[in-house]
Design a protein around this ligand. Structure first.
Ligand SMILES: [Zn+2]
Length: 380
């Protein structure tokens, strides 16, 4: 069954060679304190012994090692697995990636460019990833890039609008907001005058102080997305320590997404609101244009995928559920898809036996979650 991954991040050619710790860390949440934070959380040398212990005691990491050892046909220990993986990647990284993707049926990736500077372009990724790639443009990056160069609201807002236009012109299928990391998901519409005041007072302040103009820009981005027929992806869930944890619950978006201004926006809650997946699924089941992607839990929560799928399926039509890995390395995309397919088969098999669907409908549900929903939504 083909797989269209709704949420991945791009990787660089330099990942052709990795240490065993780097490879193992790709599926360990504990590593995010060093891999995905913008400012040092704690000194690396102070963290390293603990991170080693956490990798060694993470069941997802052990599963990844075992499966990758079997795929490579080598002994099941990290030194051997990483050496064999590096040898395969060194010979031909693109071909090795193709082998992994073929094994699990990955045919298309929706690529959230993440915060990497300089940006990893789709052209760069296409050189090492032999599948169809579509851009998801991070609107928060536009703010990041414009704040140092525009000191007046007029030029800042105009340039921001140009960035949105350029991304659409570049073929972006969605804008991605990580406002959950900046000021929180309790986004409230404000007037442009209020946004301008906030910008003038807090342009050089901390992100947490910039809530008013960031909320204004997000609402504008939603207007543009709706008018131009593209999707909005919201980061909804917990990942690294920079998250505004107390305002990351997806239910905080309900006032915005149910408002008359935005209820016809096509929106995906990325990460299924992990760990508030049941709440995210409940919201997706009552808002007609809200969809749910199960990334993050698919990769970093591999032992408990069954529960997340059932939470998503309990009230949410399977036409609204999307597969996503949230990985940023071919092996991470591979293991997430492998595990997800295995568990999805078991979950749908059980539901079919219990009378919720016929075996052909179970197949259809799997096909839609893994591929067809994304293909329909983004015209892949
Ligand atoms: Zn992500």
């Amino acid at each position: 069954m083909p797989v269209a991954d709704n949420h991945v991040h791009p990787w660089r050619e330099s990942t052709r060679q990795l240490t065993p710790d780097q490879l193992a860390g790709e599926v360990a949440f504990s590593q995010t304190v060093v891999t995905s934070v913008r400012r040092e959380f704690l000194p690396r040398d102070q963290l390293e012994p603990a991170l080693r212990l956490f990798r060694e005691t993470n069941l997802g990491v052990a599963y990844f090692r075992r499966e990758l050892a079997a795929f490579l046909g080598v002994d099941d220990d990290w030194a051997t697995v990483a050496a064999a993986r590096n040898a395969a990647a060194a010979a031909d990284y693109r071909a090795w990636t193709g082998q992994l993707f073929e094994d699990v049926g990955i045919t298309a990736l929706c690529v959230d460019e993440g915060g990497a500077q300089p940006r990893i372009t789709l052209e760069e990724l296409a050189a090492i990833a032999p599948v169809s790639l579509r851009r998801v443009a991070r609107s928060d990056n536009f703010i990041r890039d414009l704040l140092p160069e525009c000191d007046d609201w007029g030029s800042f807002y105009r340039r921001y609008q140009e960035f949105l236009d350029e991304a659409i012109g570049d073929g972006a299928i969605a804008f991605k907001s990580v406002i959950a990391y900046r000021t929180g998901l309790d986004v409230a519409p404000v007037s442009e005058a209020e946004a301008r005041n906030d910008f003038e007072s807090h342009r050089l302040g901390s992100e947490r102080e910039q809530k008013v103009f960031r909320d204004f820009l997000l609402c504008h981005t939603l207007d543009v997305a709706r008018e131009r027929g593209i999707w909005m992806h919201f980061h909804a869930g917990v990942v690294d320590p920079e998250i505004v944890y107390e305002r990351a619950n997806p239910s905080l978006l309900h006032p915005l997404l149910s408002s008359s201004r935005f209820r016809s926006n096509q929106v995906v809650l990325v990460h299924g609101g992990w760990p508030w997946t049941a709440e995210a699924a409940a919201m997706a089941s009552i808002l007609p244009n809200l969809y749910l992607d199960l990334s993050e839990g698919a990769l970093f929560g591999m032992p408990n995928l069954r529960q997340r799928m059932l939470e998503a399926l309990e009230a949410c039509p399977y036409a609204k559920i999307l597969y996503g890995a949230d990985g940023s390395l071919p092996e991470a995309l591979w293991i997430a898809a492998k595990r997800f397919k295995r568990v999805l088969g078991q979950v749908l098999g059980d539901l079919s036996e219990e009378g919720f669907c016929s075996p052909p409908e179970a197949n259809q549900a799997a096909s839609m979650i893994l591929h067809d929903n994304a293909a329909r939504m983004y015209r892949l």
